[in-house]
Design a protein around this ligand. Structure first.
Ligand code: ACO
Length: 426
């Protein structure tokens, strides 16, 4: 391909550089377009627009590939741990044994919340949705940890990154406990990240949570699968909020708000509801016909970027089987519905022609339910996992010398200029 693209606008021809990444489509650099040709580009939903350069995550949606710092997601999910993936996303390389130990110690050191923070939760209505609590509580971290909010200082950026990764499970577990009407459980630093989180969610004063390596591993793997996904809506929200110099706690709260929407983090709950609605395998053909008649969509299927099997869905399906077997629920009727629905959809021309494959949410609802979480917690768990992706992308943006405040333009379609008229004459 040529190294420049030519764009003709009326009499003018503008030459635009073509940038090449390590992989993925080439990118036409339109930064000078407005100055040279007095036009903007129009791209609602940013379907053809690269908003930044990034070294963190690569997705090839046609081939069904997801790489973090070059490592395939299936290898990370199989062989790594969530904290190791956190280090990888933040620092660019897998840690040495000493670095891994140091990182784990640092994260563990920050797991507690300031005692006054617990009183902050009491301000929410007793049945507040855990995501509503998350948006408020994470934003409030900037008030409690103001000493690490100077975004110009690399050391403070790193401390706030560690604080966010470490404190997010504690906040999420408290949101869950508050929603359930149960007392808070403090973190225990002798446990792993996932184990500590499960214990803070499921221990009660009358009965301690019993560790289970299969369930802990499943939780850790779910965290890995959701750790980052390049410039999705919530990550772009974090970058945009951060581009003004806002502090990282406020930026992550903005990301959580975006994630809450049903088109983004809320889809796994919808997928579970759909499986419940179908109920039994014999009702699948009728349900699939409804999808083809465009009365509703098959939730947990299709993706804006993946036009192939979502590589995270493969791991999630395996994890789902492991968890259900461990909790003695391999005969879960919803799992039977999911397997048969997937089989039918993958062999039906309607889905094949549109390249609709299961996404990560197809099996995650059943898995999280089997782990003991109610649907209200599904997006919260996603937020806990995605925090590292948000913070790594935020840090990369702050450290990028080309970074500017995000400021899109528009096509104005309102009234032309007109004179103000007095109310008596309107
Ligand atoms: N079920 C049935 N048909 C579908 C589905 C689906 N889940 N998804 C897309 N289609 C069809 C559309 O009707 C359209 O058909 P047409 O060309 O005949 O009109 C075609 O496939 C393309 O659909 P678009 O909406 O243009 O695809 P887009 O890339 O914009 O949508 C999205 C992606 C929103 C994820 C969509 O596939 C969807 O709604 N899926 C269900 C919700 C879901 O599972 N979301 C989770 C995404 S993963 C995540 O956020 C972690």
């Amino acid at each position: 391909m040529a190294d420049t693209a030519k764009m003709s606008i009326g009499e003018k021809t503008v030459e635009l550089p073509i940038l090449k990444g390590v992989d993925g489509p080439d990118v036409v650099d339109i930064r000078k377009l407005y100055a040279e040709a007095d036009v903007f580009t129009y791209d609602p939903g940013f379907t053809s627009t690269a908003s930044c350069e990034s070294k963190i995550t690569f997705i090839d949606g046609d081939a069904g590939i997801l790489l973090h710092r070059g490592y395939p997601i299936d290898q990370l999910a199989e062989k790594s741990s969530f904290l190791e993936v956190c280090y990888l996303l933040l620092h660019g390389e897998l840690p040495s044994a000493a670095e891994a130990e140091e990182f784990e110690k640092t994260i563990t050191y920050h797991t507690m919340l300031h005692e006054q923070f617990d009183r902050f939760f009491q301000g929410f209505r007793r049945d507040a949705h855990p995501m509503a609590i998350m948006v408020g509580a994470v934003g409030a971290l900037s008030a409690f940890y103001h000493d690490s909010t100077n975004v110009e200082d690399p050391q403070q950026r790193m401390i706030s990154s560690h604080r966010l990764i470490a404190k997010m499970p504690t906040i999420a577990a408290r949101a869950f406990k508050y929603f359930r009407g149960q007392p808070f459980v403090h973190p225990r630093n002798d446990l792993s990240y996932a184990e500590n989180f499960l214990r803070m969610c499921f221990s009660v004063p009358a009965e301690d949570w019993v560790p289970n390596p299969v369930l802990t591993r499943a939780m850790d793997r779910i965290f890995i699968l959701h750790a980052d996904h390049e410039q999705n809506a919530s990550t772009s929200t974090v970058r945009l909020a951060g581009s003004s110099g806002a502090n990282p706690f406020a930026c992550i709260a903005a990301g959580i708000a975006c994630l809450w929407g049903p088109s983004h983090g809320g889809a796994n709950e919808e997928a579970l509801n759909m499986l419940k609605e179908i109920g039994t395998v014999d009702r699948i053909p009728e349900y699939v016909q409804g999808v083809k008649d465009r009365r509703y969509r098959l939730m947990g299927f299709g993706h804006r970027v993946y036009k192939n099997y979502d590589p995270r869905a493969t791991v999630m399906q395996k994890t789902c089987h492991e968890v259900l077997a461990e909790v003695g629920n391999s005969d879960d009727p919803l799992l039977k519905v999911a397997i048969e629905l997937e089989r039918i959809a993958l062999s039906d021309p309607y889905f094949i022609e549109r390249k609709l494959y299961p996404n990560v949410d197809f099996y995650s609802g059943i898995t999280l339910r089997a782990l003991g979480f109610p649907p209200e917690m599904f997006t919260v768990l996603f937020a806990v996992a995605r925090t590292v992706g948000w913070i790594a992308q935020w840090k990369e943006m702050i450290e990028d010398p080309l970074q500017k405040i995000g400021r899109p333009r528009q096509i104005y379609t309102g009234s032309p200029a007109r004179d103000y008229t007095a109310i008596s004459t309107r």
